[in-house]
Design a protein around this ligand. Structure first.
Ligand code: F6R
Length: 609
């Protein structure tokens, strides 16, 4: 999703702006640009495509200036062309924008009627003309910006610079995140603390409705009523070093391989390995779950599939009634929230617009809200009643991998804690479950030795046009996650089904060209899944069985291929089985030659609905 940077600086702004934009690349974008003040005039450079293309433009036409703004754009209104790329500018103001201005059509008609000429198809350009119009009416820059923001509806973050006003950058936040960075002689705006980390670690997050004015290093913040306010300055933990690929070909490959470490790190926060118990450092959550009348789980995409697996765990281990829905539905479908209910939201970025809106709605409906998040300073973390962190570290690949398994780690620990608190799990069972969880990182390391098998299979299966994933129980949501992973990075059509649903429709799709990936640990339901496999194979389907040694032996010779994984407690199998599923998607995408880390049309942090 779009990334914003603003610098009220003392040195050459262009290299700093591009450096910060590079740190926002992970969010996903399809064009980029920067604007600065050169002898008081607004100058800009923009380019469709990646930052390397903007670099080329800057080499041909360097840009001076110490005050500037920059942007990576993820197209919403209008194609990713140079004319639609930000910054948008008039002779008086240049502006970058993240989010959507909902009333842009009305405003544009009114401004065109007043003689303004539009050059792009974006909703953003309306803000440029609105501010210019207000400046032309005699308003000073800050007043013009504030009045313009008052007239905009939608969810957005903005940063602007003004011709003739060296050192002045104005920003505004409504819905989309915006952080202020405090330097000694400079001040900054950025979409997140990670973008600002090379310049400063002193960061404040704006609240909705805030307008911020940077005059060189001086920072003034005004709330939605126009009153001066202070927002808490925090020391961020974001690393100034660019996260690199550590020798891997892609961030996704690196992140897949980091899982043993980050899962262990996340589990270490929630489990006591000597006593083999769950030890929550957020003890209030125990009382909340003990008395919960119902648990509502919500999130988007991969995080939602983590939540669906969590539903199985909370029901089985804690006998807690769970409802799970994607946030984009939950927020609008007028759900009935029970008294004494708890609502749990899951998000890697902590900024996903639908998840944040669903959280706000649940909170307003009297639910105690819990957030499982990877970015501790994010909006979702700041607004939830209780925050349960994941420790995945920065996830740069657009396709979520390590954040997903860290989310599962937290949910597994929480479900055990809830089971204890609700009197469902006896101490012995807790010890056994915790011991199984603690073994997961080692089993993942063990599985990694199969990587070449998965690579070869990935090359072979990459010719497929459609792929089905089947799983039962906790592995059903993982089947859907596997299909999502494959389609988003390889563009191969894929669907995940509950194995038992095959004969109720999807089996019609089966022929010798459709690989069917079966996720089946040798558990209580294994025989039933093998029957579903047989039905598939009888129709020529190519079954790829992911199972343990016992499962592969019991299934016989019939599968087209097997991916062996270590035997684990079937309750927590998704934590391990996620890895072959991610790896297979990765190698299929690699064989197809797609942009694995930044797949087409996708954004890392979806801050619009
Ligand atoms: C898929 C993927 C997305 C995200 C979803 C939620 O690989 O990454 O489906 O899981 O957009 O994002 P967060 O977790 O940041 O709320």
């Amino acid at each position: 999703m779009c990334g914003i940077i603003g610098i009220a600086g003392t040195q050459d702004a262009a290299p700093q702006l591009v450096e910060a934009l590079r740190r926002l690349e992970y969010r996903g974008y399809d064009s980029a640009g920067i604007a600065t003040l050169v002898e008081g005039r607004i100058e800009r450079r923009r380019s469709p495509g990646k930052l390397t293309q903007l670099d080329r433009v800057l080499q041909q036409k360097p840009l001076g200036g110490r005050t500037g703004i920059g942007h990576t754009r993820w197209a919403t209104h209008g194609a990713p062309t140079e004319s639609n790329a930000h910054p948008h500018a008039s002779r008086r103001v240049a502006l970058v924008h993240n989010g959507i201005i909902e009333n842009f059509r009305e405003l544009r008609s009114a401004l065109i009627a007043k003689g303004h000429h539009f050059e792009s198809e974006t909703d953003t350009e309306v803000a440029v003309h609105l501010v210019t119009d207000l400046l032309d009416q005699g308003l000073a820059p800050v007043e013009a910006a504030r009045e313009a923001v008052r007239q905009l509806t939608g969810a957005y973050a903005l940063a602007m610079i003004f011709a003739g006003h060296e050192g002045l950058v104005v920003g505004a936040r409504k819905g989309s995140p915006l952080a202020v960075g405090y330097g000694d002689v400079e001040a900054y705006l950025g979409s997140d603390a990670f973008a600002l980390a090379p310049f400063t670690h002193r960061v404040a997050y704006l609240d909705d409705g805030d307008v911020v004015v940077l005059h060189g290093p001086k920072v003034e913040i005004f709330d939605s009523a126009g009153q001066p306010v202070q927002r808490q300055i925090r020391m961020t933990t974001a690393s100034a070093g660019l996260v690199d690929k550590a020798g891997y070909r892609h961030f996704m490959a690196k992140e897949i391989h980091e899982q043993p470490e980050v899962i262990a790190h996340t589990l270490a926060h929630y489990l006591d390995p000597s006593a083999l118990v769950v030890q929550l450092r957020e003890p209030e959550v125990i009382e909340v779950l003990r008395h919960a009348s119902r648990l509502t789980i919500s999130a988007c995409g991969t995080a939602f599939y983590a939540g669906l697996i969590g539903k199985y765990w909370f029901e089985r281990l804690a006998r807690l009634a769970v409802e799970a829905d994607v946030a984009s539905e939950l927020r609008y479908r007028e759900p009935v929230y029970p008294a004494g209910g708890v609502a749990l939201f899951i998000s890697q970025s902590g900024e996903t617009a639908d998840t944040l809106a669903a959280l706000r709605d649940a909170k307003a409906s009297g639910q105690t809200t819990i957030a499982v998040v990877n970015v501790p300073e994010s909006s979702i973390a700041r607004e939830a009643d209780i925050v349960l962190p994941t420790f995945a570290g920065p996830e740069i690949g657009v396709a979520s991998t390590k954040a997903f398994t860290c989310q599962l780690s937290v949910l597994a620990a929480l479900a055990i804690a809830a089971g204890r608190a609700r009197g469902v799990i006896e101490p012995d069972r807790e010890h056994a479950l915790v011991a199984s969880l603690l073994e997961i990182p080692r089993h993942i390391v063990e599985f990694m030795t199969q990587e070449e098998t998965v690579e070869a299979l990935g090359g072979d299966l990459a010719k497929a046009r459609d792929v089905l994933y089947l799983g039962r129980g906790v592995n059903f949501p993982l089947a859907m996650e596997g299909a999502l992973k494959l389609k988003e990075i390889s563009y191969i059509h894929a669907e995940g089904y509950a194995a038992g649903e095959m004969k109720h429709g999807p089996i019609a799709l089966i022929d010798e060209n459709v690989p069917v990936i079966v996720l089946a640990p040798h558990d209580t339901w294994f025989e039933k899944t093998v029957s579903n496999m047989q039905e598939t194979m009888a129709r020529g389907g190519k079954v790829i069985l992911i199972s343990d040694v016992a499962g592969i032996a019991a299934a016989g010779e019939a599968a087209y291929a097997n991916i062996p994984v270590p035997a684990v407690d079937p309750t927590f199998a998704p934590l391990l089985y996620a890895v072959p599923v991610q790896m297979l998607a990765y190698y299929m995408a690699l064989a197809k030659g797609t942009d694995v880390d930044q797949p087409r049309n996708l954004a890392k942090s979806v801050t619009v609905e």
